[in-house]
Write a protein that binds this ligand. Sequence first.
Ligand code: SAM
Length: 344
Amino acid sequence: MAAAKSAMQIRLPPLPSIKDVIRLYKLRALRELSQNFLMEPRLIDKIVNAAGKIENHVVCEVGPGPGGITRSIIQRAPRKIVLIEKDPRFIPSLELLADACKNKVDVDIITGDILKTDIGHYIPKDVKTEWEDSPPPLNLIGNLPFSVSTILMIRWLELISKQEGPWAFGRARMTLTFQKEVAERMAARILSSQRCRLSVMCQNWCTVKYKFDISGAAFLPKPDVDVGVVTLTPLKHPIIKQPFKMVEKVVRQIFSMRQKYSIRGAETLFPEHVREEMALKLYEMADMDPVTRPYQIANMEFARICEAYSEIIKQYPEFEHYDYRAPKKKLEAAEVEDGDLSYT
Ligand code: SAM
């Protein structure tokens, strides 16, 4: 019987431990950048293993910090690694790593904000596969800062919906950490108590897998919450086929009154004077029962609601830009900055 082919490993020369790197470079964790460093090599490897095979792949790591996850990625022999880190204090320790794997792995270190970085720019063109094919040899990995993780996920879902950015190269996989409650919500199925608009949005464009928890105690400094590791693989075809912004609006309004009948939230898609009448029409067209609660609605049913909404705004274009939240928007913007439990 043929022996199983073992994955290639890159041996790095002896390097100071992550604890020593933090001490040597005086890298005091900054709360405003959600800096919680993962110290245990076993858990770091577990995250990187959750990404599957990355040998010869291009890997983009968000927020490498002192480089614990980066080391584990490099050891698995990727072809190239793109590091995007906002805090310039980490650059010398990342350069040390780049030097240690010189001539073996191509390392790009970008000092910048992930929310403003066009990752696609750093990806070699030849990794591209067709959308309908298997995922390309391209992975996004990150122990994400809590302060940007949900907003980043929503932006990435929009890029996935348009097949832009890293997803112009095919259905690139993601292996990411989130605050545990957020990770659970992303993966929550219909009827689950955690089902929310984030679940519907993530599962509309991706297969979401909740892989495992990491206790807050594994990080330095210890955050107040535990962490969940999630993998996402873009779907070949989204379940709700309408444009991202429309799906986001319909799903947001329907979940805006989570405990009530879902038609109450749907009413807020329309101006007050036609609210009840139009929501009933919407539910009739979508063949939905008005007494269904938001967490009882499957993505297939959201697809029917969004299709019916799209028909209605063709008939009544004046409703398209109606925004129930207009006066509350300022308040919401402040909530997003407060953390990542706001997208529920
Ligand atoms: N990867 C390291 C680890 O696992 O120990 C650090 C993870 S720490 C939770 C988050 C990292 O993201 C920090 O290094 C922080 O400086 C960086 N970061 C925070 N906001 C960022 C942003 N907007 N863009 C890029 N990096 C960011």
